[in-house]
Design a protein around this ligand. Structure first.
Ligand code: BG6
Ligand code: MG
Length: 217
């Protein structure tokens, strides 16, 4: 059967979560707000605007719209300085092999990311051509856990939501996949991602037999 495999980008395909963390932490600290790994976990999968709103909430800070826009632009510049140094070495283990295998099996493959930088990052790691559809932060108006990004992805692939499988490293993303009625596969910590239908540490743990099962079902 032809299924739709939808991949999140940050933290699933590439390890950019660490760069988002560094840039958000600098921003938070510059406002006198503490920023730990735990807080960072809650920003995974969350849009840029919503992330800054959350940080300001945690620090009980309110700022002008102008300052808000300035901080967001600054955060993105700092983040992109990391991104521009990226190459294929930053692909997470067995991601490229998994994409290739699904392609060989004639499966439909989409990107479903909240990031407005997604296309730039795919170019850096030379993966753009692997995707039949790319849906990113420039295509959506509602942030995960809203299922919009994955539903647009399914539509672009012309595959029913219930025949789609989503790979996600964030709580918000797993929730979005579940709400969309798709199979959710958490990539990361099994306690953090316990709402997912299946959880793996990374793609090295995900066998071809398991992928075949997803395709057959
Ligand atoms: C998500 C990341 O993929 O994209 C978030 O997990 C990030 O951390 C969001 O805030 C938006 O990304 P960007 O690149 O448009 O700031
Ligand atoms: Mg992610």
């Amino acid at each position: 059967k032809r299924k739709g495999f939808i991949f999140d980008l940050d933290g699933v395909i590439v390890d950019t979560a660490k760069y988002h963390f560094l840039a958000w932490r600098n921003l938070a600290n510059s406002l006198g707000i503490d920023f730990t790994e735990e807080e960072n976990e809650q920003l995974k999968g969350v849009s840029r605007v919503r992330s800054l709103e959350k940080i300001l909430d945690w620090g009980n800070k309110s700022i002008s719209q102008e300052e808000f826009d300035r901080l967001m632009a600054h955060k993105n510049e700092e983040y992109l300085a990391h991104v521009d140094r990226m190459d294929e070495d930053e692909l997470l283990p067995k991601v490229a092999e998994t994409l290739e295998y699904l392609k060989e099996q004639n499966q439909a493959i989409a990107l479903g990311s909240a990031s407005k930088n997604a296309r730039r990052i795919l170019e850096k790691v030379d993966l753009t051509d692997q995707f039949d559809a790319i849906v990113d932060g420039t295509d959506v108006s509602k942030a995960k856990p809203d299922p919009e990004v994955f539903l647009i992805g399914a539509k672009a692939l012309d595959i029913k939501p219930e025949d789609c499988i989503v790979f996600e490293d964030s709580v918000a993303g797993v929730q979005a996949a579940n709400i969309a009625g798709m199979v959710s596969i958490g990539i990361g910590d099994k306690y953090v991602l316990h709402e997912a239908d299946h959880i793996f540490r990374d793609f090295t743990e995900l066998s071809k037999d398991f992928l075949q099962e997803l395709i057959r079902k």
